[in-house]
Ligand binder design. Structure first.
Ligand code: ADP
Length: 393
């Protein structure tokens, strides 16, 4: 069965076409800088024959144009992989959240309405997916369209770890509760560990532009650092992470507009806000090495947050067998992995410094006598989505 995975970001689109259940990757596509006139990047690859194009300076004014261009590549030109577009039987979306739909759901009007209801919680992402889904449904009317919500992997987290101390009717009427995100990424890590056929307690650290820590017990998420919105938990590249809600009221009182506060929390916070250097950890690391004190502080805050959640989740789980680093920072920053692991001695983590420095791609980076196996597992969220979309009865 041909399953297409669609990942819609704030200004980007990524696609992967799989043949399931073999998980064979047939084609990939990407559009970057959607909406910027004549400056978009379009990329396409037929993975079977290695045919590849990448073109900058493209006019891709909206998601519809980007999607149509990718679909056309699948069935025409040198890189075609399908005879006709109707061969795609399922489309899986790495969608973020929909009110009252926290798992994996075939897209219908109720799911779309739930996404609209929660637009204030994920304005950029939910509007990107609402647009992408509409275009895809028109282009592929006979396929089943499946929302693999980022909340899905966390839907069984026990209630005592989901409920905020708010008036009960806020929970009942408005759905206020912790939800958790990065479900496709942590779920993929669980898939890898499940494949090893043993009982396990693991902590997965997805450290990318967004960052979260997740406690996994035998394949199930039992806790995560994200709360109800994406502006929670660890500090992110430019989002705030956990913050005191009264601060918003205070900032209004001292004269900031609501928009300025939102921008501060969603665009100008996190690594960027603290360091004043960049939202890209590579530049923050460089600045820290050159002696920039705020860049050093940003790294310390980031690491300290990760250690804080790992410590808490260790007690939630009652033990720890595997500690996983994944996503851009988790896979590539030996420094962050070292700084985190150096503080985890009390729970049995012992890093092998050389393995950590030389790890490229997947690998074990703990010492042979470490009680916890520390591993780098490259993120593969799209495969996780393809599997979930394929499995849906
Ligand atoms: P997203 O969450 O946007 O999908 P990624 O998982 O691709 O992001 O991670 C992006 C982050 O990874 C950026 O902050 C970038 O600085 C960081 N990163 C990528 N390569 C390295 C590296 N070699 N060293 C440190 N950080 C890196």
């Amino acid at each position: 069965m041909k399953v297409l995975v669609c990942n819609a970001g704030s200004t980007s689109l990524k696609f992967k076409l799989y043949d399931m259940p073999e998980s064979e990757l047939l084609a990939t596509g990407k559009v970057e800088r959607v909406g910027s006139p004549d400056d978009a990047i379009f990329g396409y690859e037929n993975c079977l024959i290695g045919y590849r194009v990448e073109e900058g300076g493209q006019n891709i004014p909206d998601y519809r144009t980007g999607i149509q261009r990718f679909l056309l590549c699948l069935t025409s030109g040198e890189g075609r992989v399908l005879d006709e577009i109707g061969e795609i039987e399922r489309v899986g979306y790495k969608s973020v959240l929909s009110k009252d739909h926290y798992g994996i759901h075939e897209i219908d009007e109720g799911v779309l309405q739930g996404m609209r209801d929660f637009l204030p919680l994920a304005p950029v992402h939910n509007s990107a997916y609402l647009g992408a889904i509409e275009t895809m449904r028109q282009a592929l009317p006979d396929a089943r369209h499946v929302g693999v919500f980022e909340t899905a992997f966390h839907k069984d987290i026990p209630l005592e770890r989901r409920i905020y101390g708010v008036p009960w009717e806020w929970h009942e009427m408005y759905g206020v509760q912790r939800m958790g995100y990065h479900g496709a990424s942590h779920g993929y890590i669980a898939d890898v560990l499940n494949g090893e056929k043993r009982e396990y307690a693991a902590i997965s650290c997805h450290l990318g532009g967004s960052a979260s820590v997740c406690a996994i017990l035998n394949g199930k998420s039992v806790d995560t650092s994200f709360g109800m919105s994406l502006e929670t938990g660890l500090i992110h590249a430019n989002r705030v992470g956990d913050m005191d809600p009264t601060m918003i009221h205070f900032l209004k009182e001292v004269g900031l507009s609501e928009q300025a506060i939102l921008d501060g929390c969603q665009k100008k916070g996190g690594l960027l806000g603290i360091s004043g250097v960049s939202n890209d950890l590579r530049y923050v690391q460089e600045a820290a090495e050159a002696g920039n004190e705020r860049a050093k502080l940003a790294i310390d805050v980031f690491v300290s947050g990760i250690v804080h959640y790992i410590g808490a989740f260790y007690l939630d789980l009652g033990r720890l067998d595997d500690l996983i680093f994944t996503a851009g920072i988790g896979e590539h920053s030996a420094l962050i992995r070292r700084l985190v692991c150096d503080r985890l001695g009390p729970i049995g983590v012992k890093l092998d410094a050389k393995k950590n420095e030389t790890c490229h791609g997947a690998g074990v980076i703990s010492a042979v006598d470490s009680a916890v196996k520390v591993r780098v597992i490259p993120a593969n969220e799209e495969l996780g989505i393809a599997r979930r979309a394929f499995e849906l009865a």
